[in-house]
Design a protein around this ligand. Structure first.
Ligand SMILES: Cc1cc2nc3c(=O)[nH]c(=O)nc-3n(C[C@H](O)[C@H](O)[C@H](O)COP(=O)(O)OP(=O)(O)OC[C@H]3O[C@@H](n4cnc5c(N)ncnc54)[C@H](O)[C@@H]3O)c2cc1C
Ligand code: FES
Length: 259
């Protein structure tokens, strides 16, 4: 679908993290966890390329986007107000395979964005997901932590926090806790920085647990035309993150060539 969405809310959760709610009934009906949308702020003096964002939540006709302000596009987005029209297309790409009973969701930082929607659909299917969520520090991110705890607990998804500075939950890296966390798990869904994805993929490989990774490659078109998002594949070829991904089986990725 290519069209417009109306901003319902654009709530600041933390210093540079916002939760955008869009009235987009067609998108809400069609969206699956792990898929993304391309969003363009149409007001303002300069034309901007659309930016890719994961679908964070679907509630009725509303689609949620959780985003961090990092540059020009997200700075403009942070200024969007209720009632404003934004240009969007989606849902795009391939999402998670949710045929799991005891999945572990592993998030690094903003990697939580697609995993909340996955948790929502997994519990609706009768699965019992758990979330392991890592942050460099929880300092200044209280609103984000609260929002994640609130919505995932409401979906009966147990949340464990890990922070590098020990400001919340266990101190350390998500990957250090993985071997223990993988016990009894029948699949892992993972989103976060590339180094974390690779470490999670390796840990899952060692324990024989199927792992799906959501890859955030830089994207210009989002629809398979520009090849700006290609990922080296394990078979020696390439995969477009926007078409064959963004969610891929970890075993399909050539991790050494990606680094
Ligand atoms: C499939 C997909 C889903 C995404 N989902 C989310 C989401 O749910 N929430 C969220 O906050 N962000 C998400 N992102 C990242 C988001 O698209 C970028 O942060 C955004 O495009 C930045 O736009 P900008 O104009 O603000 O920054 P720019 O001015 O374009 O860039 C600012 C800085 O961010 C870096 N950057 C831009 N895009 C990426 C990227 N894809 N990966 C790594 N670094 C990047 C640039 O290299 C630059 O250093 C997703 C990306 C992809 C590909
Ligand atoms: S973003 Fe253009 S081909 Fe993937």
């Amino acid at each position: 679908m290519h069209g417009a969405a109306i901003v319902g809310q654009n709530r600041q959760l933390a210093r540079d993290v916002f939760l955008l709610s869009l009235q987009a009934p067609e998108l809400a009906r069609a969206a699956a966890p792990g898929q993304f949308l391309m969003l363009r702020v149409t007001s303002g003096p300069e034309p901007l390329l659309a930016r890719p964002f994961s679908i964070h939540a679907v509630e009725g006709d509303d689609v949620g986007v959780l985003y961090r302000v990092v540059g020009r596009g997200t700075r403009l987005l942070a200024q969007a107000t209720a009632g404003q029209r934004l240009e969007l297309w989606g849902p795009l790409g391939r999402g998670f395979d949710l045929a799991l009973e005891r999945p572990l969701l592993v998030a690094g930082g903003m990697g939580i964005a697609p995993l909340r929607f996955a948790a929502q659909r997994l519990t609706a299917r009768g699965a019992r997901p758990r979330l392991l969520c890592g942050l460099a520090s929880a300092t200044g991110l209280g609103g984000l932590v609260e929002a994640v705890d609130e919505c995932l607990t409401a979906q009966s998804c147990a949340v464990s926090w890990v922070t590098e500075d020990g400001s919340l939950g266990e101190r350390g890296l998500v990957t250090a806790l993985l071997d223990r966390a993988l016990e009894g798990v029948d699949g892992v869904l993972c989103c976060g920085p590339m180094a974390m994805l690779r470490a999670v993929a390796e840990a899952c490989g060692r324990q024989g647990v199927a792992c799906q990774v959501s890859l955030e490659a830089p994207m210009a078109c989002g629809v398979g035309a520009c090849l700006g998002c290609v990922i080296p594949a394990a078979d020696g070829g390439y995969l477009r993150a926007c078409q064959e991904g963004p969610v891929l089986p970890a075993a399909a990725v050539d991790w050494p060539r990606l680094a």
